[in-house]
Design a binder for this molecule. Structure first.
Ligand SMILES: [Zn+2]
Length: 468
């Protein structure tokens, strides 16, 4: 819908937006948080794969470091018997409930929360933090799904997606969240997740590094006062995210999901804000996501304590561009592929999938799509116009040294006879004469220009042969 249409369709909102635009949002607190994150970043939590033991010791540390500020109590138990602690602090009348990592492999907000506790504890005497602590009573369940986190998986130990268990409440973790929500009848709720790194901001190549949602509470996606408050608060947070990582904010789909917690918590009368952390360039472990969660959650608490977000028009929320899923890790554009001796030009969309190892992961490439991918974007784009895809040859003997390997690569070998002989990154293939499908399956091939092999794509990694 273009601008003029919007003016006709939403005249009242347009007028409100004009008023809102005269209100200059004070970003100084957010700026302070953005600047001081390094100072308050707690030790550890460098990677996304965190386990509950780290969270429990971070809770103990926060309580011991700042006596009298934070308290913790066990509010439930997971399927496998892990405790579910909830941290509480502040003495105000406004109840705020946050929970993170109900999906076990979505840890970014958990990591950020402890940075924020460190900041709040250290700055408890400053007027702004004092006001926050006097206005709010904040309750945080970090890592609602510790069993899932142990395996770095989405679901809990029953294999249940906790965010589809808000009605039936089969899982003890879901029962805990419902019981806590009801006992507090919280005024505000923050539902903290991670989303796919392949989400972009619609019709742009920018990652949806942060996406927001004022969750719908019915199929009609109606707005009531509370959902509107959530939308205004998000409008406020959107301006903050855009200040620091411009173009990287998306609006999550508000399709109603009757079994989800966010949707029901909004329905049960808590103003519900969903924050989803997505990808960011050169940041697979989401350091920027952690930092922006620190800034945004801290700013949100301040905005609720001071009511400053109420000056933002709801319109600002609907102006946030929607999420889309149009990203690959690597896009190779316009490569020539020869099939039945005829040339065809196509784009290749490649992703790197994380394959778990004992305590970390390795990346394994997969070809996700091919053809006209001109409506897609990627973390890395390689223009291969004028290049021909060459299927690697299979080397029948054992490779002994790196020098041998480099020589073989320059001669067009990149497959080996057996996987166990496939040291040096060579993949084992069965056929003595590998086919195009082998090249696709292993995302391993050469790019040749004017009869010369120039680039090796080895399990999705681009290597200039002249660099070897
Ligand atoms: Zn999630």
């Amino acid at each position: 819908m273009d601008f003029i249409m919007k003016v006709f369709r939403y005249p009242l909102l347009f007028i409100l937006a004009c008023f809102a635009s005269t209100y200059a949002q004070d970003l100084s607190f957010a700026e302070e948080l953005f600047e001081n994150h390094e100072t308050y970043k707690v030790a550890g939590f460098q990677q996304r794969r965190i386990k509950q033991t780290e969270v429990l010791s971070a809770i103990d540390k926060a309580i011991a470091q700042y006596p009298g500020v934070f308290e913790s109590r066990i509010v439930g138990t997971s399927v496998q018997g892990r405790p579910l602690p909830m941290l509480s602090f502040g003495n105000g009348d406004i109840d705020v409930l946050m929970w993170s990592q109900m999906h076990g492999n979505e840890s970014t907000a958990t990591r950020a929360i402890f940075d924020l506790l460190h900041f709040i504890g250290a700055q408890q005497e400053t007027p702004q933090v004092q006001h926050l602590l006097n206005a709010l009573r904040i309750h945080i369940i970090p890592m609602l799904n510790p069993d899932g986190a142990q395996e770095f998986q989405r679901e809990n130990a029953l294999g249940i997606d906790l965010n589809r268990d808000a009605l039936r409440l089969v899982s003890p973790e879901a029962q805990t969240l419902k019981r806590v929500r009801d006992s507090l009848d919280a005024d505000y709720g923050f539902n903290l997740h991670d989303q796919s790194r392949y989400y972009n901001v619609e019709r742009t190549p920018k990652q949806a590094s942060i996406s927001f949602l004022a969750t719908a509470y019915n199929y009609e996606k109606a707005m009531n006062d509370k959902r509107q408050d959530a939308a205004q608060l998000i409008g406020y947070l959107h301006a903050i995210n855009e200040k620091f990582i411009p173009g990287h904010t998306g609006r999550y789909s508000d399709d109603f999901e009757p079994r989800a917690f966010g949707d029901n918590i909004q329905l049960w009368g808590t103003r519900l804000i969903l924050i989803e952390t997505g990808g960011f360039p050169d940041d697979r472990e989401k350091s920027m996501g952690r930092k922006m969660n620190y800034v945004l959650i801290g700013s949100a608490l301040d905005a609720v304590a001071t009511s400053s977000f109420e000056q933002i028009a709801e319109f600002a929320y609907w102006e946030i561009p929607e999420n889309d899923r149009k990203l690959f890790d690597l896009k190779i554009e316009k490569v020539q592929v020869t099939v039945e001796k005829k040339p065809y030009v196509l784009d290749l969309g490649i992703n790197f999938n994380e394959v778990a190892t004992a305590d970390s992961y390795i990346l394994d490439a997969s070809l996700e799509d091919r053809g006209d991918l001109s409506t897609y974007y990627a973390y890395e784009v390689r223009n291969a116009e004028g290049y021909e895809l060459i299927v690697p040859k299979r080397y029948p003997k054992k490779i002994k040294t790196i020098e041998d390997r480099n020589k073989l690569l320059r001669q067009g070998y990149a497959f080996s006879r057996l996987n166990k002989e496939g040291a040096f990154g060579f993949k084992g293939v069965q056929s003595a004469s590998p086919l195009l499908e082998d090249a696709y399956r292993h995302v391993t091939f050469f790019l040749q220009k004017e009869g010369e092999l120039e680039v090796l794509v080895l399990n999705g990694k681009l290597i200039q042969l002249s660099d070897l």
